[in-house]
Design a protein around this ligand. Structure first.
Ligand SMILES: [Zn+2]
Ligand SMILES: [Zn+2]
Length: 318
């Protein structure tokens, strides 16, 4: 494992980048205190000298309880005042995870600004089309209570896909071997994930084994298959215009092995004529609002509609 040189900055004289293992400042000669942090980066030299490597491996420095100077592990007398390590406190070894690698080329801040800009424009667009409303005077031309239900039919769909992408419930019709470029794992690779502050002015790079993926041209199986899907076939509908509840359209449904009921709707549907001469539709969910919704707006009467940019009525009020 790679040992790397660390540094520390002197708070007394401001001297930067004192070599990590040095216990005194090369600028003013004062001893490094136990709270002075070490730092390093990938450009710091790799420690190769066997004596220094052994020192790095020996453990964290200890703090002299009399003068606060940092001392190397294994040294029995404080380099500053000569006291022994009896009852002294050692520095902590610390693991520091590496952040994501810096993006090359475009600055991350610029990307964030672009993303925020696009989101802002999209948000405005969605609001402009769906949310922005104008008030319009409308007259109710007709009112209906509509119940509908979709009928779906099971159908056999033919499709084809690579073997590992075929749906689980598919029935295989045919197979053939074809070339395909595919990501496959080939051994592992060492990835640097962080470094350990050894507490003595040196650092150790920390690696992890990760799967190594390569794109390869491989022979794979191309599968033709049939799969059952439910497709919408028709919509059964019952409608009244006198305020009475329509029959349940599902009562006309003839159950069979390959047919089933799908989505249903129970709505009051109002046809409106706007003061702009255009016609609009307003629907109220009766399941949600109750049967009173059907007679809430009367034919021939005028109301105020909130109409969005796409011409949909979002609300109808007095
Ligand atoms: Zn100094
Ligand atoms: Zn001391």
């Amino acid at each position: 494992m790679t040992i790397r040189m660390g540094y520390w900055d002197c708070p007394s004289c401001g001297n930067k980048k004192n070599l990590g293992p040095n216990p005194t400042c090369s600028g003013c000669g004062r001893p490094r205190g136990p709270n002075i942090p070490f730092y390093t980066d990938d450009s710091a030299p790799v420690v190769e000298d066997p004596a220094l490597v052994a020192q790095a491996r020996a453990g964290a420095d200890w703090k002299c309880k009399y003068c606060n100077a940092d001392n190397r592990a294994g040294v029995m007398d404080c380099h500053h005042c000569g006291a022994g390590p009896d009852g002294s406190v050692r520095r902590q070894e610390k693991y520091v995870a590496l952040g994501p690698p810096p993006k090359k080329g475009v600055d991350a801040k610029i990307i964030i600004a672009i993303v925020l800009g696009v989101l802002g424009v999209l948000g405005f667009g969605i609001w402009f089309l769906f949310g922005r409303t104008t008030s319009l005077s409308v007259t109710v031309e007709s009112a209906a209570w509509v119940k509908s239900v979709e009928v779906e039919q099971k159908e056999l769909k033919r499709d084809a896909a690579w073997q590992d992408e075929v749906p689980a419930n598919a029935r295989v019709v045919g197979k053939e071997t074809k070339g395909r470029s595919k990501k496959v794992q080939e051994g592992t690779k060492k990835v640097k994930v962080g470094r350990k502050d050894l507490g003595n002015g040196m650092f150790e790079d920390v690696y992890k084994e990760e799967p190594n993926y390569v794109t390869k041209q491989v022979d794979d199986t191309w599968v033709r298959y049939e799969v059952e899907v439910w497709e919408k076939k028709e919509t059964l509908k019952e409608e009244t215009t006198d305020g009475s509840e329509p029959k349940d359209p599902a009562s006309r449904f003839k159950p069979g092995g390959d047919r089933r009921l799908g989505k249903s709707q129970n709505a009051a549907v109002f046809q409106l004529k706007g003061s702009d001469g255009k016609r609009y539709t307003f629907e109220v969910d009766v399941d949600k609002e109750g049967a009173g919704a059907v007679t809430k707006y009367q034919i021939g009467k005028s109301y105020t509609a909130k109409v969005n940019t796409l011409g949909a009525v979002l609300a109808l009020g007095p």
